[in-house]
Design a protein around this ligand. Sequence first.
Ligand code: UN1
Length: 522
Amino acid sequence: MPRTYDNLIGGKSVASPSTFESRSSSVHADVLGVFPEATKEQVREACSVARKAFATWSTTPAPIRGEVIGKVGDALEREKESLSKLVTREMGKTLREARGSVQEAIDTCRFFQSEGRRLYGQTVPSEMPNKELTTYRRPLGVVGMVTAGNFPIAVPSWKIIPALVTGNTIVWKPSEDAPAVALAFAKTFEEAGLPGGVLNVVFGGGAGAAGEFLVDMMDEGLLEKFAFTGSTAVGRRIGEIAGRNLLHPTLELGGKNPLVVMRDADLENAVQGALFSAFGTGGQRCTSAGNVIVDAPLHDAFVTRFLEEVEKIRIGDPTKHDDVLYGPFINRRFFERWQEHLEWGAEDGATLAYGKGRIAAGNTPSGWAGDDPESGHYGWPTVWTDVRPGMRLFQEEVFGPTINIVRVDGIDEALAAANAVEYGLSSAIYTNDREWAHQFKVRIEAGMSSINNTTVGAEAHLPFGGVKGSGNGTRESGIWVIDAYTYWHAVNDDVSGRLQLAQLETAYVEPGAPIDVGALFD
Ligand code: UN1
């Protein structure tokens, strides 16, 4: 019998009238646990509990808050292996990548532990005597968070940790695709001594369920901030609701990330970079490459070498094999969404250079690791050639093991193609030409770019986020995320003992007579 788990509200376990199961992505019969479907009333209750907790947590000195985050990092480090295995079992990414994603959360703890001892404000000179101006970062209040299942620990850590160190309290609705990882992560905060009510976790679905209920709390005036990672369509909706409540949400949305390979590129490096960008995590990263844009003189050689490598990709159950590049889809929903694109490609008139849909008995690619393909949803690595801007295949996010190859001629065409999508999250160029790399840096419409590296693999202390349809300009990670969870408070401290009026009484110096350099030396 699988165990049943509860919501965490005000430091207490709270059950809900209905529940859902979390199943392993590689062996569907394997149930990780039964989780609650939080009701609207429970979500509301979590928000009011978080508000009460805000009074004490926001006045807890920031260095002390940072120490709690440090202890979360210690717990994550100690549990890294079992957490990584849980990520692999529940979500389906390889153990190597799962370890990387837990490490990303640890790195985030290390960064923000010490940020608790900075959170710098400024001292600013006043134009009046005996008056001092200072600025302080103040926490916003109660933050609602909804996160996706593809990075069930790293991406929540980018939100929860900076929000806590800056003194906010949280109601978090983790993805229904990875609730077990979310619960384990939330437990590390309990171990670290975070007071009850500061981080509340409500489980359940998105539309018509806990996720939407939490969004509704903005209209009820119970939240001061919303942070979301997920689709552009849902992000737009959250942005509208936040906007009418004068809240500035954090929105990390989709991507269709270009990887440009110029004629002078190191072919092997570019092939390896494109392979991991396209097929790492089975293409289920918002930073995965969508279009590989290849300069004409290298196009045919690139396609040949790339296809040789694609044929060798090892695929299988990541809980059993260490050497697979990717495992199953997170679940049926992700698989079905991916499968749709096979029709777009045919309608668009692109060429299917490699791939045969769902991996099944009698339909396995050469690198199949030999498991029962029906135990999870597995997709063939899929490569389309002759793809052009404007095709649906080129424009829309696919979120699976699919890559398009697009032929262009020269840096200007490459940049035009790279920018011809609605999104602008990450991007990459392979070239050793300084001028082309420079052109790419200044003209690409993206929040993140790599030169001679992949579209994925953002480090935990650089700003993460996109432009255009990929977000609303907020950034996560590093010092930049602090702006998302604080407001600037400007303080005028007047010790003159009298009414002093800036601008009206400012004692500017009277200028002397104008000088004339010509006359001075004639
Ligand atoms: C995501 O896909 O939502 O840069 C985040 C990367 C990872 C995070 C991806 N560090 O690929």
